[in-house]
Design a protein around this ligand. Structure first.
Ligand code: GUN
Length: 290
């Protein structure tokens, strides 16, 4: 069994991005600039956005953080999105999700200029990706494909089962893996899938993206399969300094010995998601998509 080291691959990609930023600056180009909008004080969102800002610094990007309290109105938020769309110094921005219930996430996503939508959530980017046009691809699916590529994992003609059909991970990943450069045969399984164990056992590459800790057990995995764990559920823990611990969607200790490759949690997909946002921001700053 080979442990897929997402932390190491992400660090390599960060170095590649930092080198490109340096080259841009030396040629008198603009410093890439990412902005993040954070509403409220959700612990997970606070952590993720803090990482995004820290990552920008590490590769030489500029970053800006715009904060609102939970009671911000939809109108105020949409007006900030418009302002960021028009700010020529900002190359890309994200609005951290989830948003409070009184704000329509879809309305906010659709208000973002697709050219600055480095999350790849705007329907225009999703649509472009589906038909194979240059687009911003959402961070986790892009990161997973990059991990498979950098570990030279064979995808041609392989059976890939993705458990979970979210707009952020499962659905876009299913499109990417079925594209011509990758050529996997893709099944998207979900809560209504019949014989889920059997469907998963048929996977050469099994992606767990359901958000249920330790959902994938030994009996759901074929001998020699590649297992990609997208789960990042924060659970309380008295063993860590922060008081929280991340749990994946795969029961790692039981499943690992059956796999040819497996991603750990933490240190697998998570760091790849982080670096993919930097990748998209660099693409936005250098006009590589639009
Ligand atoms: N919430 C959880 N993941 C993400 C992400 O990738 N982008 C944004 N904007 N919000 C998130």
């Amino acid at each position: 069994m080979i442990l897929i080291d997402g932390k190491k691959v992400a660090a390599e990609m960060k170095q590649e991005i930092a080198a490109k930023v340096l080259e841009l600056k030396e040629k008198g180009g603009k410093t890439p600039h990412l902005a993040a909008v954070l509403v409220g004080h959700d612990g997970g969102s606070e952590t993720y956005v803090a990482y995004k800002i820290k990552d920008c610094e590490a590769v030489g990007f500029k970053s800006s953080l715009v904060r609102y309290e939970d009671d911000v109105t939809e109108e105020e938020l949409l007006s900030k999105v418009q302002e960021l769309n028009e700010d020529t110094d900002i190359d890309g921005f994200i609005v951290q999700l989830p948003l409070p219930g009184h704000i329509s996430e879809q309305k906010v996503i659709e208000a973002i200029d697709p050219k600055k939508d480095v999350d790849g959530f705007h329907p225009e980017n999703v649509g472009r990706m589906v038909i194979g046009l240059p687009s911003f691809v959402s961070a986790t699916p892009f990161g997973i494909v990059e991990l498979l590529k950098r570990y030279n994992i064979e995808t041609n003609g392989k059976n890939c089962v993705i458990v979970g059909r979210s707009n952020i991970v499962g659905r876009p990943l299913s499109v990417l893996l079925s594209q011509k450069a990758i050529n996997a045969t893709v099944t998207v399984a979900h809560s209504r899938t019949q014989n889920l164990e059997e469907v998963c056992r048929n996977a050469d590459i099994l992606v767990a993206a359901i958000g249920v800790p330790e959902f994938v057990k030994k009996n759901m995995v074929k001998e020699g399969a590649v297992v990609i764990d997208v789960g990042t559920t924060r659970v309380k823990s008295d063993q860590t300094k922060s008081g929280w611990k991340l749990k994946g969607d795969v029961l790692f200790d039981e499943v690992a010995s059956k796999c040819s490759y497996i991603t750990p949690v933490p240190g697998g997909v998570g760091p790849m998601t982080r670096v993919s946002l930097l990748h998209n921001t660099l693409l936005a700053a250098t006009g590589k998509i639009y």
